[in-house]
Design a protein around this ligand. Structure first.
Ligand code: UD1
Length: 418
């Protein structure tokens, strides 16, 4: 799917079931290689990042197959410790194979990771921590070479609670000698998911309040089976889709306990969000208010991944709203595309001022990264006329069959070949 045409203006109605979480499954797939046996992950999403990770796993020597919604990974024969550049350059999470390969093979070679273009996205915290566990890490000609046959547990304090660095340390520590302690670890729910998966594999790993994680390295592991948590960012995107189109959607499998900051903010804006047993009913038909100031922050703060989709909603919400982006400096690039559709958004450094307009107008826009693409889909759903979104391959990285889901809710969408 390279281009998509959306004829906007249709309120969305119906039910959507939320796919398994992308940001949870990627470190879990890397963790599969720690165990010389078969891991099973239920509710695994069929998204491009998962397909690319499957290619990495197969390249390393794993057998990987689908059993309906469950992905099975047999890592009994891992024979390589190098990640191919072609796949790694598409996906930042390929960096997680640094910790996982060190844990399994004592060596790792991977190209500098790619993924969404969101500013410089350094990996200094990952490398410093892996060094502290006793591995020798070198960066040469755009590649990372790491060697450490016998990693030793250590107390590591992160200067910033980086999600990826926390995951890499956990993966490397799972088979290290002794106990590793991480202070100021990331507290995103996806970290808890990785810990639960590793516990099922037999690793003694504990999460404490205040961002402390303790991992006792283990060499004798067992076959885990894990039911993946639903994707809080995808759920948030469909909440916003109901809101922006003024529709009513029932969301099933929404990870409500991980979304309290998001739902509280949307309720404050005037959007109806009600629990009905395990389902959540979203009512976007009420009048909305803007937001004085929203700041993105590490969990439990407002997720940076929903910042662009929220900006699309604020673009058509009466009054002035402000957003401060504290995590990724380049997340505001989508503002330019929204402005091309008639939005009034001014960006200065980390802050965006959004003056709500009555409507947006369909035109040709270009997606630049995954969550920015989601924001353009939302804008297209409300715009007058036809919006053509190019470079849509970004959205396939994280959203399972988004065109099919939106069509089932009443949107008019056509996928174009080029
Ligand atoms: C993960 C998520 C991404 C989400 C982000 C923040 C995955 C696959 N991706 O990305 O969707 O937006 O968390 O919730 O799970 N930093 C450094 N040095 C480092 C590492 C990070 O300075 O070594 C900085 C980054 O530049 C950024 C901040 O820390 O400003 C957050 O990055 P991090 O938490 O590591 O995000 P990712 O793991 O890349």
């Amino acid at each position: 799917m390279e281009c998509v045409e959306i004829r906007g203006g249709k309120p969305l109605y119906g039910r959507v079931e939320i796919q398994g979480s992308k940001n949870a499954v990627l470190p879990i797939l890397a963790a599969c290689i720690l165990h010389e046996g078969t891991s099973r992950i239920d509710h695994c999403p069929r998204i491009q990042d998962v397909f690319d990770t499957i290619m990495i796993l197969r390249f390393l020597g794993c057998r990987v197959w689908w059993e309906d919604q469950c992905l099975a990974v047999d890592a009994s024969k891992v024979s390589r410790c190098k990640i191919p550049a072609q796949i790694a350059s598409r996906m930042r999470s390929s960096v997680l194979f640094l910790g996982a390969l060190l844990g399994r093979m004592g060596r790792a070679q991977l190209p500098y990771p790619g993924g969404c273009v969101l500013g410089s996205r350094p990996i200094d915290l990952h490398i410093a921590a892996i060094n502290e566990l006793g591995a020798k890490v070198e960066e040469k000609e755009g590649c990372i070479f790491a060697e450490g046959r016998m990693l030793k547990g250590k107390e590591i304090t992160l200067r910033f609670p980086s999600v990826g660095a926390t995951e890499n340390i956990i993966l490397a520590a799972a088979r290290a000698q002794g106990i590793t302690v991480i202070n100021n670890a990331a507290r995103e729910p996806e970290i808890g998911e990785l810990c639960r998966f590793l516990q099922k594999m037999g690793v003694d790993i504990r999460e404490f309040s205040g961002g402390r994680i303790e991992i006792a390295g283990e060499t004798c592991l067992q076959d885990p089976k894990h039911d993946l948590v639903a994707d809080r960012i995808v759920a948030g995107t469909y909440l916003l889709a109901a809101a922006i189109t003024g529709g009513r959607i029932t969301i099933s499998r929404m990870p409500q306990e991980h979304m309290e900051t998001v739902t509280a903010l949307l309720k404050n804006m005037g959007i109806g969000i009600e629990k009905h047993g395990c389902d959540v009913l979203v009512d976007g038909s009420r009048k909305r208010r803007g937001i004085e100031l929203l700041e993105t922050a590490p969990y439990p703060g407002f997720p940076t991944d929903l910042q662009s989709p929220l900006m699309a909603l604020l673009a058509v919400t009466e009054g002035e709203s402000r957003i401060k982006e504290n995590i990724f400096e380049d997340r505001f690039k989508t503002a330019q595309q929204l402005n091309a559709m008639g939005a009034n958004i001014k960006v200065r450094e980390k802050e965006a001022v959004i003056r709500g307009v009555p409507t947006l107008y369909g035109t040709r826009v270009e997606a630049g990264e995954l969550r920015g693409a989601a924001a353009l889909f939302l804008a297209g759903l409300i715009a007058e006329g036809t919006t053509t979104i190019c470079s849509c391959h970004y959205i396939s990285r994280g959203y399972e069959n988004i065109c099919g889901v939106l069509t089932s809710l009443g949107a008019e969408i056509e996928e174009l070949c080029n």
